[in-house]
Write a protein that binds this ligand. Structure first.
Ligand code: PXP
Length: 242
C-alpha cells in the first residue's frame, strides 16, 4: 500500500497569520496520524514563514511514524537536520518570494553541493530524498550523487487539464518506472488533491505520496482526522484497482 505523508505546513500558516498559538501544527499532526497518516511532513523554511523550530522539535518527540523534514540544502538546515534526526530529509529548492515550492531541484547544476549535503545527512543515519521533476537525467543524477529516494514533482500534472494532464501523467509514470529500475525508492507529491490523486496512487511501485494543501483545506470543513481518512480511502482504492 502506498504510504501517505501529511504536510501540516498550512496549519502553521494560519497560526502565523496572527503570530499566535493556534492552530498548532503539532496537534494537527497527532490528529492526522489518528486519521491514518503514515507520516508527517514539515518544511522548515529559511524565513520561518510557517513552521517554526519549536514545531520541528516537538514533532520529533511526538510523531511515532515517519517524520519527513523538507528543507533547502543550506548550512543552517543541514545542521538542524543532523541534530533533530528526522526519519527522512527531502531536499527541495527554496526561493524567498515563492508561494510554494516551484519546480524540482536543479540537480545537475547543483550536483557537487547536493552530493556533499546528502553525504553529511546520510552520515547521521538519515535517509535522503530529492524533490525532482519527472526527468530521466535528473533521476540518473540523483542516483549518482547518493540519494536514497526521489520525490517526483506532480505539480505540472495537477495544474494541467485534458490531454495535457494525460501527457503529464504519462511523464510521471515513465519517471517512476525509470527511477525504480535504478533502485531508487520513489515518491510523488505536490498539488495532489481528492480529484486527481487516484491515477498517481495507482502507479505501480510508488512508495509514498506527500500531500498538504488539499488535506488541510478539507480539514477546515470536516476536521483533519476525517480529511486524512477520506484521502487514505482514495489511495487504498487506487492501490487495489477500484
Ligand atoms: N512535496 C514537496 C516536496 C513539497 O514542497 C510540497 C509543498 O510543501 C508538497 C509535497 C505538498 O504539496 P501540496 O501542499 O500542494 O500538497
Amino acid at each position: 500500500m502506498v504510504i501517505l505523508g501529511v504536510n501540516v505546513d498550512h496549519v502553521a500558516t494560519v497560526r502565523q497569520a496572527r503570530k499566535t498559538f493556534e492552530p498548532d501544527p503539532v496537534m494537527a499532526a497527532t490528529l492526522a496520524i489518528l486519521g491514518g497518516a503514515d507520516g508527517i511532513t514539515v518544511h522548515l523554511r529559511e524565513d520561518r514563514r510557517h513552521i517554526q523550530d519549536r514545531d520541528l522539535k516537538l514533532l520529533r518527540e511526538v510523531v511515532p511514524c515517519e517524520l519527513n523534514l523538507e528543507m533547502a540544502a543550506t548550512e543552517e538546515m543541514i545542521k538542524i537536520a543532523c541534530s533533530t534526526k528526522p526519519d527522512l530529509v527531502t531536499i527541495v529548492p527554496e526561493k524567498r518570494q515563492e508561494l510554494t515550492t516551484e519546480g524540482g531541484l536543479n540537480v545537475r547544476d547543483l550536483k557537487e553541493h547536493l552530493k556533499e549535503a546528502i553525504q553529511r545527512i546520510k552520515d547521521e543515519g538519515i535517509p535522503v530524498s530529492l524533490f525532482i521533476n519527472p526527468d530521466r537525467a535528473d533521476i540518473e543524477c540523483s542516483k549518482e550523487i547518493g540519494a536514497d529516494m526521489v520525490e517526483i514533482h506532480t505539480g505540472y500534472y495537477s495544474e494541467a487539464k485534458g490531454e495535457l494532464a494525460l501527457r503529464e501523467l504519462q511523464r510521471i509514470k515513465d519517471a517512476v518506472a525509470f527511477s525504480l529500475s535504478l533502485g531508487l525508492k520513489t515518491n510523488a507529491g505536490h498539488g495532489l488533491n481528492y480529484y486527481n490523486v487516484k491515477p498517481i496512487a495507482g502507479i505501480k511501485g510508488i512508495r509514498g505520496l506527500y500531500i498538504g494543501h488539499s488535506i488541510v483545506s478539507r480539514a477546515v470543513l470536516v476536521g483533519i482526522e476525517e480529511a486524512v481518512r477520506q484521502m487514505k480511502k482514495l489511495i487504498g482504492e487506487a492501490c487495489s484497482g477500484v
